[in-house]
Design a protein around this ligand. Structure first.
Ligand code: SF4
Length: 175
């Protein structure tokens, strides 16, 4: 004679309640991923004009952007997540910049480096884009003609704070 089988539990109406541990993980996920992403920025320098000299300065050993995890410029947009628009952007260059942005992997951020990238600078004429935010979304603006390296570093640190506070989707759907 076979032993009596134990009853199969039926899930309560309204679904199964999540374990508290799982909730904790979901809450902390954004913090962990944000922390990792903010210290592993891969910049793509889109350099068109004299601000490029300042970019070289800020990338040099004196200012050392490696301290912020942003030292390795990638010269392909497919390996970059931080687009640094460095210099004047003419209307002829605008479609190229938009394509570079589209080719970058997600998530991605944009830093407008200098007065020209931010607002067109003193080139208030028909040939120059009056701020790259007319073409692509910008996360951080750095004023100055050219900006001091300290200002660029300050912008990188503020961008890191922004990244750390963002919602980071790593899987589709709830988990
Ligand atoms: S902001 Fe000044 S230094 Fe920078 S690209 Fe424009 S004119 Fe040149």
């Amino acid at each position: 004679m076979s032993a009596a089988r134990a009853p199969i539990p039926i899930a309560p109406a309204g679904g199964v309640k999540k374990e508290p541990t799982f909730d904790w993980f979901t809450t902390k996920k954004d913090e962990i991923v944000g922390w990792a992403r903010k210290f592993s920025l891969f910049p793509y320098p889109f350099v068109t004009a004299c601000c490029g000299m300042e970019f070289m300065s800020v990338s040099s050993t004196i200012y050392d952007t490696d301290r912020f995890g942003a030292a390795l410029p990638r010269f392909t947009p497919r390996q970059s997540d931080l687009l640094m628009v460095v210099g004047t952007i003419s209307h002829k260059q605008a479609p190229v910049l938009a394509r570079i942005y589209a080719q970058m992997c997600e998530p991605k951020w944009v830093l407008a480096f200098g007065a020209c990238a931010t607002s067109g600078g003193f080139y208030d004429n028909y040939a120059v884009v009056q701020g790259v935010d007319k073409i692509i979304p910008v996360d951080m603006y750095v004023p100055g003609c050219p900006p001091r390296p300290e200002m660029v570093i300050d912008a990188i640190m503020k961008l890191q704070d922004k990244i750390a506070g963002q919602h980071h989707v790593i899987l589709k759907g709830e988990f």
